[in-house]
Design a protein around this ligand. Structure first.
Ligand code: 3PG
Ligand code: CO
Length: 553
């Protein structure tokens, strides 16, 4: 095996390439719920209209990105994994399905480890409660609860995080009812099983990339210490009540604990307990995993650090080996394009703002944190605004990201300048259509800043996206018509199943380069080989094929 890539003789080496990922930017029919269509986006429009054989769509959902079914919408983890790794890996969702179906999950080291607490301790399950399939899935949680109780767990406490971001807002009530129902059936068989605490995913526990440790602390207080501003006797009641406020939403429910008739929390985490974080996706569980696992920890005052047996559903960070115990092995994403390029003289700059920073670094590099080779790479994180919902600031840091990219391009120190522009996705998830339109316009303007720099240095651009979101903001029926509930449309806060655009161009692009016609099913995983070609290299033979060809003009 060798890291040396073969030369791609048809294209010159050493060009400066801007690689722009518009987060949550899919292609859909133009209508009033398509914020990209409604927004003024002259730059993206011109890429589409400009050169027909230099703009196309690629698949960004379902099997094309390693998800279990074609009904699975794309997401940033699997999208950036595919973009960076150039191959399609069975992803967390799928690996957990297989491990549960075969029963292998229960034979593994991770499960044996937590099982040792079943006799005398409580099993706590912490994670996102929905069927979104992006971070976790309800049916997997149900199987895990059953599997653990069949194997001796006598006391189970579930700490739920309500969703409303990968699924419709308001759906939390139904998910909690389903879980409550399961747990009450389990209680009839003699297992002491209950929901112990909860809160909205964006306000409690599921922060990412260390944007706001306060989020994780709120969860810790409820889950571990059994303390929260709201106390209820049942989780269904909790979610229904907390949703009553005019601005309340599943994503942002405040933390609550479930208490017994004496007002005592039913499920704090104590010495001797077992804990499983049942999300398979890494980014929004890593911070809690650190709090649960690290002896030395100063991101917030844990007050109590219980001696527990902790396992993640997956290992979330391969470089940090975090957590050290896990129930299912993560996809072995190796030999990513980023790593290859460092061995082949390609200098890389990557940048985004905090909320998406790990997407163009950690996810891009196969869920691995840090540099491959610090001499060849520079990653810059622009601090995100924290403590706000992004419809309040739809411009986000798009201009700042673009200016950093511009400066990196003009410095001529790098061959690849890679950014993620978060606006379409982060504002799209709020469900605020007006703000999402502003967000799309802002992302388009940022693209312009970067393309102008590429123009100046005679470089090449590749503009694409990781999955859809802002192009469709309404729940639809099978025919594609908005689905009405009580006469009203239902806002779609989640991602979509739509394909995403990819455009190539710039003064440095050889005239004969165009998209091949024989890869109609091309997806995000085909982008890595394409970019390697543009850097002047042939991609490794096991990579998904390139999207481009070079014809004689
Ligand atoms: C989130 O974590 O914000 C959503 O569940 C998915 O969004 P992303 O895949 O675009 O990060
Ligand atoms: Co998203």
């Amino acid at each position: 095996f060798s890291w040396k890539l073969e030369d791609y003789s048809k294209l010159e080496k050493g060009k400066i390439i801007a690689l722009i990922v518009l987060d949550g930017w899919g292609e859909a029919n133009p209508d009033q719920y398509n914020c990209i269509h409604v927004a003024e986006t002259p730059v993206m429009d011109s890429l589409k209209k400009g050169a027909p054989d230099r703009w196309r769509l690629v698949r960004a959902h379902g099997k094309a990105v390693g998800l279990p079914t074609e009904d699975d919408m794309g997401n940033s983890e699997v999208g950036h994994n595919a973009l960076g790794a150039g191959r399609i890996y069975a992803q967390g969702a799928k690996l957990v399905d297989l491990a549960l179906a075969s029963g292998k999950l229960y034979d593994g080291e991770g499960f044996s480890y937590i099982k040792e607490s079943f006799e005398t301790g409580t099993l706590h399950l912490i994670g996102l409660l929905s069927d979104g399939g992006v971070h976790s899935r309800l049916d997997q949680l149900q199987l895990l609860i059953k599997g653990a109780s069949d194997r001796g767990a006598k006391r189970i406490r579930v700490h739920i995080l309500t969703d409303g971001r990968d699924v419709l807002d308001g759906s939390s009530v139904g998910f909690v009812e389903t879980l409550e129902n399961d747990l009450s059936k389990l209680r009839e068989t003699g297992v002491d099983a209950q929901i112990a605490s909860g809160g909205g995913r964006m306000y409690v526990t599921m922060d990412r990339y260390e944007n706001d440790w306060g989020v994780v602390k709120r969860g810790w207080d409820a889950q571990v210490l059994g303390e929260a501003p709201y106390k209820f006797r049942s989780a269904v009641e909790a979610v229904k009540k907390l949703r009553e406020g005019p601005k309340a939403s599943d994503q942002y429910l405040p933390p609550f604990v479930i208490v017994d008739e004496d007002g005592k929390a039913v499920g704090p985490i104590v010495d001797g307990d077992a804990v499983v974080t049942f999300n398979f996706r890494a980014d929004r569980m890593t911070m809690l995993a650190k709090a649960l696992e690290y002896e030395n920890f100063d991101n917030f005052d844990r007050v109590r650090f219980p001696k527990i047996r902790y396992a993640g559903m997956l290992q979330y960070d391969g470089e940090l080996k975090l957590p050290s115990r896990y129930l299912v092995s993560p996809p072995e994403i190796e030999r990513t394009s980023g790593e290859y390029l460092t061995y082949n003289g390609v200098r890389t700059f990557a940048c985004s703002e905090t909320v998406k920073f790990g997407h163009v670094t950690f996810f891009w590099n196969g869920n691995r944190s840090g540099y491959f080779n610090a001499e060849m790479e520079e990653y810059v994180e622009i601090p995100s605004d924290s403590g706000i919902t992004f419809n309040e600031q739809p411009l986000m840091k798009a201009v700042e990201i673009a200016e950093k990219a511009r400066d990196a391009i003009l410095s001529r120190k790098f061959h690849q300048v890679r950014v993620n522009l978060p606006n379409g996705d982060m504002v799209g998830h709020t469900g605020d259509i007006e703000a999402t339109i502003v967000a799309c316009k802002a992302a388009d303007k940022a693209v312009k800043i970067i393309l102008d720099a590429i123009e100046q240095v005679g470089g090449i651009y590749v503009v694409t996206a990781d999955h859809g979101n802002a192009e469709d903001m309404v729940k639809r029926d099978k025919k594609g018509e908005p689905l009405l509930k009580d006469g009203k449309i239902q806002i779609l806060t989640s991602h979509t199943l739509q394909p995403v655009p990819i455009a190539i161009g710039g003064p440095g692009l050889a005239p004969g380069v165009r998209f091949r016609k024989d890869v109609p099913e091309g997806g995000l995983a085909n982008v890595a080989a394409t970019v390697m070609n543009l850097h002047g290299f042939v991609a490794p033979s096991d990579y998904e094929t390139t999207l481009i060809e070079v014809v004689d003009e």
